[in-house]
Design a protein around this ligand. Sequence first.
Ligand code: NAD
Ligand code: TYD
Length: 353
Amino acid sequence: MILVTGGAGFIGANFVLDWISLVGEPVVNLDKLTYAGNLETLSVLSGDPRHIFVRGDICDRGLVESLLEEHRPRAIVHFAAESHVDRSIHGPADFIRTNIDGTFALLEAARLYWSNLAAEHKAAFRFLHVSTDEVYGSLRPGDPAFTEAHPFEPNSPYSASKAASDHLVRAWYHTYGLPVLTTNCSNNYGPYHFPEKLIPLMITNALAGKPLPVYGDGMQIRDWLYVKDHCSAIRRVLEAGRLGETYNVGGWNEKPNIEIVHTICSLLDEIKSDLAGSYRRLVTHVTDRPGHDRRYAIDARKLERELGWKPAETFETGIRKTVQWYLANPQWVANVQSGAYREWISKNYEERQ
Ligand code: NAD
Ligand code: TYD
């Protein structure tokens, strides 16, 4: 079996669902269930003996050690993190704790477990760390996309904490020989995405007739990948990645934010037209994010060349599926828009002009 951390969050839950249905190998899923973790996403697995959910904190090394001893996984896939840049600006402490201290605790527990494995299991064991392209910093127009050799230049508390965790993972390979792999992926989108991030926020706000808050001029560029393509890349790296290597994951889909918002409006106009007129009428430019990275772009050719991975979705097919998923799942959206969600929305948006 494998141990997944953060498997009740957006990408982790998509990974667990796909893993159980495509690979079928049992998963121990360790998740603290912060505001971003949601067991409802995993409800189709209830009663399935291949999914063992444990509510707990990756910073709790004793807990992780006992889970490893009890379940004896052949790999750890580490998603658990605080992941939202705006939240990291309002309150960086949780990011330092989970992303840095938590990864450190996990590495130490993994090292203890791995060092006591029999030679054959020791050689087969993997620690896969899921990271982000944001560790590389921001690109200027015309700069080539980030390769794995790009220096780390993180600019937000979120990206700085992820960069620190990437460095720890690297050091545990070089110093202790722990068999690690790291993936650095671009922005994901798709089903079960918490509606604090750009794409699900715009879809859910539009459907509720609320303003669509575009930060600054909306010309910041992100490189978008459908979440299930990220999950297939992680499976591939876990299977065949070279130890100690980092692999960029992306789909060559650079888009300015305003174009994303317009695309969502056009899809909604087509699928669920509003008598009041195009959803574009709701677009509202608001005060920019402090230190806002202008452009991310991922060069994923190493993953393609070495491991033969390619995304299955284009942006056009993926965004259509995503909009359709939100239209088909209003109850999931309503359930995650709890009191705590409403508090965050007022904190982040009410003070913006
Ligand atoms: P998310 O915020 O949706 O989910 C994070 C999950 O981790 C939640 O279920 C939460 O309960 C859990 N968690 C948080 N702190 C924990 C702790 N201390 N102990 C145990 N569980 C804890 O995040 P996501 O978007 O699914 O991202 C998953 C990973 O992928 C993160 O490491 C993130 O940095 C990385 N990543 C995300 C993106 C993206 O676009 N979302 C892109 C590239 C990489
Ligand atoms: P986000 O989804 O938070 O991901 P990240 O900051 O990790 O890239 O934001 C994506 C882009 O969308 C980013 O440039 C910020 C912008 N954005 C808005 O313009 N308005 C919003 O309400 C949000 C949440 C993000």
